[in-house]
Design a binder for this molecule. Sequence first.
Ligand code: MN
Length: 188
Amino acid sequence: YTYDALAPYMSQETLELHHGKHVATYIKNLNELIQDTPYESVSLYEIINISADDKDNPNAQKIFNNAAQVFNHDFFFNGMCPDCGGNIPEEIANAFGGKDKFREQFKSAATSLFGSGYTWLVRDGNELKIINLPNADTPIAHNMKPILNLDVWEHAYYVDYQNRRGDFVDTYLNHLVDWDQVAENLKQ
Ligand code: MN
């Protein structure tokens, strides 16, 4: 979608900075870091999982951070659309004691994450969980299946919401989440 597609909930300026600058830099860095290495010929998923445990490579942490940020942002941007309807799936409502309780618990997690990172809805074994992971850390490095993620790095909301992270979380849950995509993610 275009950079103005999520306005007014997420402005064109935010998308230009967040996707056009931040994500573009992660992609550029990753491509430079893996050039002429074995990472060049494997999938993004494999880059993340191999670099997470690659004790021999002094660049492993940088590779992990940039690769995970590419995955995390793809997942984030693919999971949004403006007021596109859909409802919180029953499976999620049932797991958290109702739709309002899910929203409350997700917001509580997202507003309590200290510093940079993401709040995730994941499937861990058979259980749906809301978790916070710091910085670039990603559920796929912990054998958890991502269902939904909210980027709460300041670059995600500061232009539009300044210090009001809670308002950003409410807007995300009420206007930006593509619940049909979430339902697809639950099925996979
Ligand atoms: Mn971000």
